[in-house]
Design a binder for this molecule. Sequence first.
Ligand SMILES: C[S@@+](CC[C@H](N)C(=O)[O-])C[C@H]1O[C@@H](n2cnc3c(N)ncnc32)[C@H](O)[C@@H]1O
Length: 275
Amino acid sequence: MKNLIIESENIIALQRLLPEYEGKIDVIPIDPPYNTDISYIEYQDTIDDWFAFMRERLSLAYRLLAEKGVAFIHIDENELINLVRLCADMFGAENIMTLVWKKTNKLFDKNRREKPLESGVKRTHEYVLLCFKDRKNTVLHPIRQPYWNGKGLSEEEKPLETVFDFLGTTSSAKDELYELLGSRDIFSTPKPVKLIKEFIRSASDQNSIVLDFFAGSGTTGHAVMDLNKEDGGQRKFILVTNSENNICRRVTIPRIKAAILKNGYAEEFEYYQIK
Ligand SMILES: C[S@@+](CC[C@H](N)C(=O)[O-])C[C@H]1O[C@@H](n2cnc3c(N)ncnc32)[C@H](O)[C@@H]1O
């Protein structure tokens, strides 16, 4: 199989993937619209019926997931309760866990623009819903967890913990885009490569298929290639993103190409557009 970048409304792409990939996807790291009305976002983040929108897509994703497959779904407070309700219905309450990601960290936030406080409170975390197809029979691998050693960052092998820090921040993810595409503001809500890489490490083996159908700037593809380079793996990625503001051709594809060039990754990919 080839790595794929698919420019499409994701519901259509997921339906097209079913005949070939039903039960074959090992990891689904996704970062859907949070349904928050924030003006700086350059794609549509608010959706009339968010619950129905997500249910339709997650029910297809559920069919694509392998028996021991795992999904990591980013969300913030706005739709957390609905997402938990939806995933508990779909995966079974016993198969989901709520994780907390520290999305700010002074060490990573050299270029961070402070947001206004909310009623005097600084928001420093988001959630990730970890959904197993069959939690009883699935064990996640340890991750490479960075920690502060007093002088700099070191890494140690550790189990994934329910609260995680030092895996990059919203701001450092923008710095990563700057390194590759020369702009921090080419895409407003990227996730850091290290964060997604450690999710994939925990839930994949060297031949896994990783699907992200809200791919945005393509961080998941970058993370798959980085992990493959590190451990000699042959994991494949399937990235799906829509055409809003020409995001796929303006950001996703150039980012993956730039990451390949800069880091000497061995991967290639095929691009399809489904209208
Ligand atoms: C929060 S961003 C994902 C960011 C990504 N994790 C990254 O690191 O760059 C969500 C992306 O999903 C895309 N999107 C939203 N709804 C979609 C849909 N129905 N089909 C395909 N893509 C969609 C948006 O255009 C946006 O680029």
